[in-house]
Design a protein around this ligand. Structure first.
Ligand SMILES: Cc1cc2nc3c(=O)[nH]c(=O)nc-3n(C[C@H](O)[C@H](O)[C@H](O)COP(=O)(O)OP(=O)(O)OC[C@H]3O[C@@H](n4cnc5c(N)ncnc54)[C@H](O)[C@@H]3O)c2cc1C
Length: 404
């Protein structure tokens, strides 16, 4: 397979690369040290139109499709992992309510309802440069898709009353809007995953608060604190998907859960870039000592490069296959891609530190940050490394609905 960028993709990737090199990379160490949200990077992305990357063109956005989004996000991840990961949470609100829902077979009534609502979200992003977050995780089995969300939505006059608690809410305190997954409470009925709602609470709505501290190992700029929702009233038109549609999307559009891989693809590339520069004596601020003539270092670079090529080949293929109801082979490849990119990114960073040596671990250089950031990829629900392995194994051996 040949993976060429089309003109639009090249243009957007170059834009992301320019911002990344000139703005994001020089700020990354300070954002990481202070574990603070990269507001300046968001101001730059807002000005460049990248906050509306996944807003459909007819609503004034850049109209990037899934593949284009992934290519741009990987380029940003190369320069600042936390900016790429948070841009993922932001952009998914637009991508999922845009292209993804457009591909689903909704009823005419659902479609009309969706079109009536989604424009308000897109307008906020395009016109006001608003930032959206995607706090789904609750520290229970819901984010992995095995149980209903414990955050609830109760129907009241004109809207919904939301109650719950979301953990690891990236962009907490920075986002203007929180896109929440919660379960519609139906009188006399058990909570059911099919009743999952995807709805937005404004950050300044009464009853929304952010609690807990944030001093983690990696991805420190994501500021993923705990979000509390206490009797938060949300008007009906804040929906990002009509009721019931999220569950259908999760079953039939699996690549929607693969959108964090670009961040880690970018980190893996950055570790290889750094190692090459370091061993060639080309890192600014370091003595120009070449360390490339030692065979063990050459072998380590070769191993890193081979892993990068393997991950990249899978990544490019999987992002070109994202669609409604992909084939079984494509679905398995999506799990394999997420697993490979997340595990290889961390392994490539490990090899980079090992072969560059002690100086490369200094805080004045980016490698130790890449190493710490890369550790987070395999933990991201719903497709953690273990869950991907489990799915590849089970779904290879069992057809849908098959039991022993
Ligand atoms: C930097 C960062 C940013 C984040 N941002 C967001 C965000 O914006 N929004 C959001 O919703 N979440 C976010 N998360 C949360 C993330 O997606 C996970 O929900 C969280 O890391 C899980 O933490 P946990 O302590 O519950 O671990 P667990 O989920 O218990 O995971 C620990 C181990 O158990 C395994 N495991 C867990 N469940 C299963 C299962 N069902 N089957 C098999 N193995 C399983 C995992 O693979 C892992 O190895 C973020 C996390 C981090 C680290």
């Amino acid at each position: 397979m040949e993976f060429r960028l089309n003109d639009r993709q090249r243009e957007l990737v170059e834009l992301a690369g320019r911002l990344g090199r000139e703005k994001f990379a020089p700020r990354a160490a300070e954002i990481d040290r202070d574990a603070r949200f990269p507001f300046e990077n968001y101001a730059d992305m807002r000005e460049a139109g990248l906050l509306a990357l996944c807003v459909p063109k007819e609503y004034g956005g850049l109209g990037a499709d899934y593949e284009t989004y992934c290519l741009v996000a990987a380029e940003i991840g190369r320069h600042c992992g936390a900016t790429a990961l948070t841009l993922n949470m932001h952009s998914c609100a637009m991508m999922w309510s845009g292209d993804l829902v457009d591909a689903l077979p909704l009823t005419a009534e659902q479609r009309a309802r969706h079109h009536a609502h989604r424009g308000r979200h897109y307008e906020r992003v395009v016109r006001d440069g608003a930032i959206y977050a995607q706090p789904f995780s609750e520290g229970n089995a819901a984010a992995s898709g095995r149980a209903a969300f414990e955050t609830t939505a109760v129907k009241v006059d004109g809207g919904w009353l939301i109650n719950g608690r979301k953990v690891f809410a990236s962009l907490s305190g920075a986002a203007n809007y929180y896109g929440l997954l919660c379960t519609e409470e139906k009188p006399g009925q058990e909570h059911d995953r099919r009743d999952t709602m995807y709805i937005v609470a404004p950050a300044n709505a009464p009853g929304v608060s952010v609690v807990g501290d944030w001093d983690p190992l990696g991805m420190r700029g994501t500021v993923s604190r705990t979000l509390i929702l206490k009797d938060v009233f949300v008007p009906e038109d804040e929906e990002l998907m009509p009721p019931g549609v999220y569950h259908a999307a999760a079953l039939s559009w699996p690549h929607m859960f693969m959108t964090m891989t670009p961040t880690y693809m970018g980190i893996a590339q950055a570790a290889v870039d750094f190692t090459r520069g370091y061993l060639r004596g080309e890192i600014p601020g370091m003595p120009p000592i070449k360390r490339r003539n030692i065979v063990t270092k050459q072998l380590a670079v070769a191993e890193m490069q081979i892993k990068l090529e393997q991950a990249h080949a899978l990544f490019r293929r999987a992002i070109s296959e994202a669609s409604y109801q992909p084939s079984k082979e494509q679905r398995l490849r999506a799990y394999a891609t997420q697993y490979t990119v997340m595990e290889f990114a961390n392994d490539i960073c490990r090899l980079a530190i090992r072969t560059c040596g002690g100086h490369s671990m200094l805080k004045s250089l980016p490698l130790e940050r890449l190493y710490r950031d890369s550790r987070c990829g395999a933990l991201m629900l719903p497709w953690t490394a273990e869950i991907c392995l489990e799915r590849v194994g089970r779904e290879s051996l069992y057809e849908s609905g098959e039991t022993d």
